[in-house]
Design a protein around this ligand. Sequence first.
Ligand SMILES: Cc1cc2nc3c(=O)[nH]c(=O)nc-3n(C[C@H](O)[C@H](O)[C@H](O)COP(=O)(O)OP(=O)(O)OC[C@H]3O[C@@H](n4cnc5c(N)ncnc54)[C@H](O)[C@@H]3O)c2cc1C
Length: 369
Amino acid sequence: MSVQSTPYLIVGAGPVGLTTAIELNRRGLTPLIIDNDDIPTSESRALAIHARTLDIFEPSGITGRLIQAGNKINGILIRKNQRTRLHLNLNDLPHHYNFILALAQSRTEEILIDALKEQDININWHTSLTTLKNTPSGFLCNLQEKEHKKQITTKIIVGADGAHSTVRKALDIPFDGESIDDQWSLADIELSNWPHPFDQAVLTLTSQGPVAFFPLGKNHGRLVSSHKDMLNNLPEGMKIKEITWQSSFKISYRQVLNYQQGNAFLAGDAAHIHSPAGGRGMNLGIEDGATLAYLLSKERQDKYTQMRHPIGKQVLQFTQQQTKQITSPNFAFDFMLNYVAPLALKIPSIRSKALAHMTGLDTPKPEWL
Ligand SMILES: Cc1cc2nc3c(=O)[nH]c(=O)nc-3n(C[C@H](O)[C@H](O)[C@H](O)COP(=O)(O)OP(=O)(O)OC[C@H]3O[C@@H](n4cnc5c(N)ncnc54)[C@H](O)[C@@H]3O)c2cc1C
């Protein structure tokens, strides 16, 4: 069996692996990237692209393409009992990208793959990492490429291989946390009626739980509900013409304590998973990948866990808190929503802080940006 060698092996060509590859290559370090799928995902999955992600992709010329392909969300409406209780105007964000960009993950990945191709890097599809051994001269990786077995040695391996990460399991790194039993549902829908503008995300708090609609453009978008039977708990005024994709999920909160073991690194869902509240997951992972590439280029990779673990922990706790608040509203939450928040948001410093929380600008800015 032939043994190939590469200085940097990235396992997983999801948004995080693709970002790591783009950022490494932009900094003069050429990686090899593999993925066990035959093709990129066709599912819409993560939709929210935050301002910092757009900052990260600016130097590689990707930001403009994402903005051109996506739908700008300029505000968030929180509604209850047929009334808008709170309107968060994202244009008040103190950032040049003062909106959330809505784009299906499948499209985001396509744009990242095109950018990698332009950098002369091709993804090795249908290539799966099966086992991994740490040897004195580097990692010995066993790969399954269609029917063929292959071995690769590498000094540095990046596990961007998602929540069920093979790299994490091979290194025996615990993924501690909890899984919540409740089943949530989501659907991509075409609408025949919707009373709100398509540049506003709408969170409706109903007696049966929260329902969020995130527009991907005119008359279509994503519906997410804590209710199993979401079609029987639609927001008022919504009429669905067609469901184009439907799925369900359970929420887990898990994070590794150490994002690295020697020269093996974990990034994205391989290192942390949490509630989709606030659309933070993909953005957090993209920031992991870009930070790791930066540190590797400076030979400061020993700082990776120290930089990324506290940020991951903060986001995990924040999404947990947000999810609890909207799924089990109580008198205090209602009072805050109806009386305290509308007044408090009139104060510019409080408004900026609230908007930063909603858009992922509440964590320290990566040092190279
Ligand atoms: C149905 C669904 C809906 C979602 N909705 C949202 C949402 O609304 N908002 C949000 O923020 N997030 C959402 N997410 C989560 C979001 O998709 C992830 O946070 C994001 O994809 C993480 O990116 P990643 O690159 O870390 O991992 P992934 O996207 O999971 O990519 C990992 C890649 O690694 C590959 N791989 C795995 N094992 C191996 C191996 N052994 N060898 C080679 N390749 C391997 C996989 O094929 C995959 O392509 C959703 C996820 C799902 C599944």
